[in-house]
Ligand binder design. Sequence first.
Ligand code: 8OZ
Length: 359
Amino acid sequence: MAEATLFTPYTMGAVALSNRIVMAPLTRNRAAGGFVPGPHAAQYYAQRASAGLLIAEATQISQQGQGYQDTPGIYSDAQIAGWRVVTDAVHQAGGKIVLQLWHVGRISHVDLQPEGKAPVAPSAIRAEAKTFVNNGFSDTSVPRALELSELPGIIADFRQAAANAITAGFDCVEVHGANGYLLDQFAKDGANVRTDAYGGSVENRARLMLEVTAAVIEEVGAGRTGIRLSPTTPANGISSSDPQTQFNYIVAELDKLGLAYIHVIEGATGGPRDIAPFDFDALRQAFSHTYIANNNYDLKLANDRLAAGKADLIAFGRPFIANPDLVARLQSGTPLAEMNPATLYGGGAEGYTDYPTAA
Ligand code: 8OZ
């Protein structure tokens, strides 16, 4: 058989993909009132439906799980109805779409939290990070440590959000286990100094991520569940003293759950791939199903890694912003357009649905 390239079809569990290009989740802060997907979201995603798989932007599973202004949710009936418009438009355009389920943990601000209370985290340690709130960047608020008795409620919120996503017409769901948000905070000792069953050892720090994933699988099926991981990223002030040990364990345990994919940010999110020594191939080898590789790939690196069997799918993030026809451009060698950073977060159609195709 010929070696795979980005343009070779792929079957991920029950989902048939027309190519191996994945649109990575991109936060765009354009939700409408009630944190319902905004009026241009369906067109935005449908314009990009030639990707083998779209992963929609990070979407909070509860108000407590929100950390930035105007990000969408998946916990109310209006949000489900709003997302249904998006998934219908993408399916109409021949695409497949996943929803990323998000709890930010300590990467939040009191002004976004229920009753203005502190954001929640494994431990009461503030992240050295900013969030976007009240139309500007602010330091994240000091969080409070979650009580053991609150963790089942968070698992239940993820489970309900997954069910809601399937009701809204998504093909799969992706647990956000990356980028210094709640599940990554539990997994890494820079944010987790708990002394109960959810802190300390590698096994204990992995527990919440694994319990959430198991609950989501129980709800929507392993074939419709993936997870995003970022073992070495410093994003959002996160740090780990033992990423290789921790993520070798996590991926081995995830493999037992039989989920459809792991989506791995190789290096610093949106930055250098070689930020720290880490054997990503070990994760690929420890996992029986689909490995989606992400972070600063170009056409050559993507095709090299696919041909070498080091990944099944390659996710591109920022190139999709200004190139709705990224697949066609990569295939034809058409130069890529540059996105305008001024219209990345917030606003309307400008810098969102008005980037033209090359043709
Ligand atoms: C950029 C801005 C806000 C949030 C992530 C959900 O890093 C995000 C995010 C990215 O995963």
